[in-house]
Design a protein around this ligand. Structure first.
Ligand code: ARG
Length: 568
């Protein structure tokens, strides 16, 4: 039986004009379980019954009497408070979780439908910096969550590997690419390529013809010029090697790296289609789609020299994805500053007559800045993502050496915990919030952090290792009715709702908050109730609870993209 549904039934029987959704909305969860497990405020009914809410509450309690599954139902002023039967509750939660195991939090809303999650998508030949952490980790977690909820997901990295800036880079390399520079690029690609790019931009001021040359080289790249293509491939390859190091550290895997360049040969078709559908207008030699009547600025589709733009490639990419994957949803995890771009792009797809335009979702997030101002790659105000991970691992190694120097597999654990801390922190808040990166905060492992959750998980592993008994769900559930066990059970019961809101709102932080809350409740229980005791019945019951917590913590960490070491 589902306790909340029972309360819904009661509400709809009091007021038969109320539907299930409305009833669900008025049910409150009291902040403290001494006030009941569910509460129904009676203000809502006062007008209809022309009585004071407290009087209505009293009548309701008298009318419903005893109901199976509830220990008692009481009034508190205008509230009706429902106290669930704890034994019943423990049995319901644990039997279900024991049967479903790692699937306990999933509701299979996906039903095998295909979802594309595009995330990270850095620009090649540019630093992979702290600003990229957001799309990378939020996107990876959304991909995990959607997979868990029964979708078939495709993780795509839409690399920024095309555009005029590569004309600049090719031109710069042709001017200044001495053998020493080649060697430097091989050794440390991104900073060296960035230097070329920055120098080119600086010299444009005194050599305006460089602008033209860069355009020429990008055009050549688009036309398939072999030399241009070879250089560009090299830039791409060395960049990807760097990005992959970070993806490997995070344990992130992609199904496709089809970035902007992948669509270069699909551009003429897009232009033709826009033309055929009467959407293109000439504007001083360039081609645009007018969008002002929709409250947007016009979108530039093709420059006067024939080269295409970011938005053109995104139109081609969306069409390709629809044709190739027939997605149910196409999710773009990209920062809030690109909102206008995605609004324009979606409107254009809509104007092209594709109703799936609205199955494309821009999941945006706030920006990361540094203390003292914005990230500015060209000014050297940048924090490399790889350095953040390395420092987190270093710090974890120090802590382990200090507290648990004989830990087996020390290096691997330090990696899992250091990186886990970074992931957990990134996914701790609502994604739309801007934040300022701080080394202190990133490297602080006290309180509500990833290492705390991992430590709790390792604790459950150790208890299960030590227990030495076969765990099953044939237990005396009344043993788990004391306050701290019950609080753990209530948390466990909320797992499905946590994954569901995280899914609905594209917000991994609901899971982050959920698992840290579960870890806290479990630690209280561990403190209050000894688990490995002589009484076999008690031991068996508490171990079953421990095992379910173990499974749910592990599932939650998996969804966030964190590793869960069994010993710490
Ligand atoms: N490469 C872009 C950037 O770094 C992000 C790409 C976002 N995805 C897209 N389909 N436009 O700003």
């Amino acid at each position: 039986m589902d306790f909340k549904n029972k309360v819904v039934e009661i509400i709809t029987s009091i007021d038969n004009e109320m539907n299930v959704d409305e009833a669900l909305q008025i049910i409150e969860i009291p902040p403290n379980s001494d006030m009941g497990d569910y509460a129904v405020p009676c203000f809502k009914f006062a007008k209809k019954f022309r009585k004071a809410p407290a009087a209505i509450a009293t009548e309701v309690v008298e009318k419903i009497g005893n109901i199976e599954g509830f220990e008692k139902i009481e009034t508190a002023g205008p509230y009706v408070n429902f106290f669930v039967d704890k034994t019943h509750f423990a049995e319901k939660v644990l039997k279900e979780a024991f049967t479903e195991k790692y699937g306990y939090g999933s509701t299979n809303v996906g039903q095998g439908r295909t979802v594309i999650v595009e995330f990270s998508s850095p620009n090649i030949a540019k630093p992979f910096h702290i600003g990229h952490i957001r799309s990378t980790l939020i996107g990876n977690s959304i991909n995990n969550i959607y997979k868990y909820m029964g979708y078939k997901t495709f993780a795509i990295n839409h690399l920024g590997d095309y555009g005029t800036q590569f004309g600049m880079l090719i031109s710069a390399y042709k001017k200044w690419g001495t053998p020493e520079i080649v060697e430097a690029i091989e050794k440390d690609p991104i900073p060296e390529l960035l230097k070329l790019y920055v120098r080119y931009n600086q010299e444009i001021e005194s050599h305006p013809e460089y602008q033209e040359e860069a355009r020429y080289w990008f055009k050549e790249l688009e036309n398939g010029n072999e030399e241009a293509h070879e250089l560009w491939s090299w830039f791409r390859e060395v960049s990807l090697k760097e990005f992959n190091r970070v993806y490997d550290m995070f344990g992130i895997k992609y199904d496709s790296f089809a970035g902007e360049s992948f669509y270069s040969d699909k551009m003429p078709l897009v232009i033709d289609e826009l033309e055929d559908k009467g959407l293109l207008k000439d504007s001083e030699g360039a081609r645009i789609v007018e969008l002002q009547e929709y409250g947007l600025t016009d979108a530039l589709i093709q420059k006067s020299d024939g080269s295409t733009l970011y938005v053109t490639r995104d139109i081609a990419a969306a069409k390709y994805r629809k044709e190739t994957y027939d997605f149910y949803k196409n999710i773009y995890v990209v920062g809030a500053p690109q909102k206008l771009h995605f609004d324009q792009w979606r409107k254009i797809i809509d104007l092209m007559g594709y109703d799936w335009a609205y199955d494309c979702v821009h999941v945006m997030f706030g920006t990361v800045s540094l203390e003292g101002g914005a990230l500015a790659t060209r000014k050297g105000r940048v924090v490399f993502l790889e350095d953040v991970l390395k420092k987190a691992i270093e710090k974890t190694t120090e802590i382990i050496n200090d507290r648990n120097p004989n830990l087996e597999n020390k290096e691997e654990v330090a990696k899992q915990v250091g990186i886990g801390a970074v992931i957990f922190q990134e996914l701790f808040n609502n994604r739309i919030k801007d934040y300022v990166f701080s080394w202190d905060k990133t490297l602080s492992f006290e309180g509500e952090t990833g290492p705390y959750v991992q430590y709790t998980y390792a604790r459950t592993c150790s208890l299960l290792r030590k227990s030495n008994i076969e765990i099953d769900d044939n237990i005396d559930f009344s043993i788990l009715t004391d306050k701290s066990a019950f609080n753990v059970l209530k948390k466990l019961e909320g797992f499905k709702s946590a994954t569901l809101v995280a899914h609905d709102k594209y917000e991994p932080f609901y899971i982050t908050r959920y698992i840290v809350g579960l870890a806290q409740e479990f630690n209280r229980f561990y403190h209050d109730c000894p688990i490995i005791v002589d009484d076999e019945k008690v031991k068996k019951a508490r171990l079953l609870l421990t095992q379910i917590v173990n499974i749910v913590l592990k599932t939650g960490m998996d969804l966030l993209g964190m590793k869960a070491p069994e010993k710490m």
